[in-house]
Design a protein around this ligand. Structure first.
Ligand code: MG
Length: 181
């Protein structure tokens, strides 16, 4: 049975919408994920915010409230029948416990025992990494394994296969198994 390594933020759960909502509220701006042409969010916020954009990621009650991305839960439920699934995510401060709770709430069939916190996803044993962060995709691909991107403006330069939804990912995986990818 193959092992899928699945990222959490902006792959399973919608971090950006709530993150940007809080920033836009506080700085009277109109930032959205479509504006982020590279990974470093501080380049796209108002000067008076700058690196403080990352302080929102330390706010309690942020991660626990995130919504799943469309079809993420149902597709993971189906994939769980045929794959070993590990959730791999990096984290700051409060997010550790909140992410555990989130997985227990939305993905109890995977459960927190299959949640791995790491900043070095390429060091985790697994066959395929589904992620959105350029540095993770590149590092994983360098190990000779398959990385696939959730498509966003900020990861366009990464040379891996990409999908823009969970249903597309499921289709990609089917084709991959048949040797079409
Ligand atoms: Mg992510």
């Amino acid at each position: 049975m193959k092992t899928l390594l699945i990222d959490m933020d902006s792959v399973i759960c919608d971090l950006m919408t709530e993150w940007h909502r809080r920033y836009n509220r506080d700085y009277d701006d109109n930032l959205s994920i479509q504006d982020l042409k590279c990974w470093d969010s501080e380049n796209y916020v108002k000067k008076e915010c700058g690196n403080k954009i990352y302080d929102y990621l330390d706010e309690p009650e942020l991660f626990i409230k995130l919504d799943p991305l469309p079809n993420a839960i149902e597709v993971l439920r189906r994939l769980h029948e045929n794959y070993e699934i590990l959730i791999v995510t990096s984290s700051r401060t409060y997010a550790y416990t909140e992410k555990e709770k989130w997985i227990e709430k939305h993905l109890p069939f995977i459960g927190k025992r299959n949640l791995i916190f790491t900043h070095r996803k390429e060091m985790v044993r697994g066959d395929i990494l589904f992620d959105d962060a350029p540095h993770n995709l590149i590092a994983f691909k360098k190990t000779g394994r398959t990385a696939i991107a959730m498509d966003y403006p900020y990861n366009q330069d990464v040379k891996v296969d990409r999908v823009s939804s969970w249903l597309e990912f499921e289709g990609w995986l089917e084709a991959y198994e048949k040797g079409d990818q």
